[in-house]
Design a binder for this molecule. Structure first.
Ligand code: HSE
Length: 434
């Protein structure tokens, strides 16, 4: 074959990064692939705006179908985002026998099963390194270097926007609203950053990692999701006094036949390897039964890192095409997926330690009322701090517990919230990595 031709649908930030690296690193790319990789068409509704990369105008089209229907294009790269149209184009490209690269985490998390099955049905490859962790090659690690292992645990800081917000709240003691407002003004966060700060984006990425790690499409709906919007500088400060920092974590853990799958703010010890992942950086901690612990760290977003991941996928497919491989690797890298599928543990069955912050009246007997309810729900207190009297007489009462069951914690805290000595809503933060 004389060369590999690529068509891109979506010329936004990641599309521009992809074009830039394909152009600037053309020589090293073709030398590593063993064939020329040529950009043949780029489709976008807007073909006028300057993306800051030199591009031959003859490559541009406003019609995605021009890319999909071009018989000379071997690899279609979907970078338009969104759900329905993107899925339609991916399925049409596969139907025409084209290999597909996508960065679309929401689509894979929500309709992955249909797309994975279509790839197998049409005998084409689907690659999606850029969908998780931007430039971090964690999908390659799961599909390749770690593939001999049972994956026991994944723990990810998978959303750079939330991590940036939490890092600034931690380092500068600032409230959530102020940091978000500044991040939006600086163009570092969407306006509003709902998908990021509510844990949805991280849960999309967790669904993809779990699907590869455990060999079967995970139901995104079953992943527990809780965001960072309720966290206060006080919680971050109290966590610090106990020796912890707070991160938005995406966690999966194999409990043997059933999996934990949850995204929420979590307290981790300050000396935990994930505790020092700050700003817009992402990191993924993985544990395999033979390899032990592995950590992957890097920029989880942005034009150049994400473009780098997209082009690594294009190169993988180009190698397969050059070698004339007829049976591509299945999208989830399991030729025989586990028959039993994946079962996710209901959140109420989680067992972990907890941080509680109760806002209470500073009067005699308050602590015993609260500890009585906790005791009745089999929640054992590990340590307590009460901070000084505030102007209105309300004080924060902060506790760490030993391991307890989530259902008991929710019941106990809702009873405590009904006590007449409570002056505000209570805060629960789960503790990890002790
Ligand atoms: N919005 C994501 C983040 C980047 O903040 O990490 C794209 O996945």
């Amino acid at each position: 074959m004389s060369g590999i031709n690529v068509g891109i649908i979506g010329f936004g930030t990641v599309g521009a990064g992809t074009v830039e690296i394909l152009t600037k690193n053309r020589e090293i790319i073709s030398s590593r692939v063993g064939n020329e990789v040529t950009l043949r068409k780029i489709a976008d509704l807007d073909i006028e705006s300057d993306r800051g990369v030199p591009v031959d105008r003859d490559l541009l089209t406003t019609e995605a179908m021009d890319v999909i229907d071009d018989p000379d294009i071997h690899v279609v790269v979907e970078l338009m985002g969104g759900l329905q149209k993107a899925k339609e184009y991916i399925l049409k490209a596969m139907e025409r026998g084209k290999h597909v690269v996508t960065a679309n985490k929401a689509l894979l998390a929500e309709s992955g099963q249909e797309i994975y099955q279509a790839a197998e049905h049409y005998g084409v490859s689907l690659a999606f390194e850029a969908s998780v962790g931007g430039g971090i090659p964690v999908i390659g690690a799961l599909r390749g270097g770690l593939s001999a292992n049972h994956i026991h645990t994944t723990m990810g800081i998978l959303n750079g926007t939330s991590n940036y917000i939490l890092s600034r709240m931690t380092q500068e003691g600032l409230p959530y609203d102020r940091v978000v407002q500044e991040a939006v003004e600086l163009g570092l966060a969407e306006d509003p950053p709902t998908l990021d700060v509510d844990g949805i984006d991280a849960a999309h990425k967790l669904a993809i990692l779990m699907s590869i790690g455990f060999g079967s499409a995970v139901s995104f709906e079953e992943i527990y999701k809780e965001g960072i919007t309720e966290l206060t500088p006080d919680d971050i400060r109290f966590a610090g006094e106990f020796g912890y920092c707070i991160k938005l974590l995406a966690i999966s853990r194999n409990l043997g036949g059933i999996l934990e799958a949850r995204v929420h703010p979590a307290m981790i010890p300050k000396d935990h390897i994930m505790a020092n992942v700050n700003g817009a950086y992402n990191a993924i901690y993985l544990e395999g039964d033979f390899v032990g612990s592995n950590v992957y760290y890097g920029l989880g977003a942005g034009r150049r890192p994400t473009g780098s991941a997209v082009v690594s996928d294009i190169m993988d497919l180009a190698r397969q095409i050059r070698l004339g491989l007829k049976m591509p690797m299945p999208p989830l890298a399991h030729v025989s997926p586990p028959e039993a599928g994946i079962h996710i543990q209901p959140m109420k069955e989680l067992n972990t330690s907890y941080y509680f912050r109760f806002s209470v009246l500073d009067s005699p007997g308050v602590l015993s009322k609260i500890s009585g309810i906790l005791g009745n729900h089999k929640i054992s207190i590990a340590s307590v701090i009460q901070k000084g009297r505030e102007v209105n007489g309300s004080v924060p009462l902060v506790m760490l517990t030993h391991e307890a069951r989530e259902s008991n914690v929710q019941k106990a805290v809702s009873l405590i919230d009904g006590l007449d000595v409570l002056t505000g809503k209570s805060m629960i933060i789960r503790v990890e990595g002790k």
